[in-house]
Write a protein that binds this ligand. Structure first.
Ligand code: SF4
Ligand code: SF4
Length: 111
């Protein structure tokens, strides 16, 4: 196997892992919203930080969304932004599953 083939295979596997994890993040977020709404409301309310300085990495990792333009969501801060994008991240697990724990600017104070 050539070096290029091995590199391509590794990057393919990494992409599959990232997509699987982010899918889990997305499904979990919906589950929490529909079945644990109080928890979601509390977490979103107590969330600190903002979307600055990470160039929309969660959007790249989770969906490669076409609405992302130069690291910014075209719908950010508008009422057209999809609801489940607005509530991201719901908690630290959400950040971890989306694969953005090294860069996401949102956090919660420890109780
Ligand atoms: S709609 Fe905006 S926030 Fe949602 S995935 Fe696309 S670019 Fe990201
Ligand atoms: S990873 Fe966090 S800080 Fe970065 S765009 Fe996504 S929600 Fe915003």
């Amino acid at each position: 196997m050539t070096k290029t083939n091995k590199g391509e295979q590794q990057s393919f596997v990494k992409n599959i892992i990232a997509i699987t994890l982010s899918l889990r993040s997305s499904v979990r977020r919906r589950y929490l919203y529909y079945f644990k709404r109080e928890y979601v409301n509390k977490m979103v309310k107590t969330r600190k930080g903002s979307c600055e300085g990470c160039n929309g990495l969660c959007c790249i990792k989770t969906r490669r969304c076409p609405l992302l333009n130069e690291g910014k969501c075209k719908l950010y801060s508008t009422n057209k932004m999809p609801f489940f994008c607005m509530v991201f991240p719901v908690d630290e697990k959400d950040i971890e599953l989306a694969g953005v724990e090294d860069c996401c600017q949102f956090y919660w104070e420890k109780e």
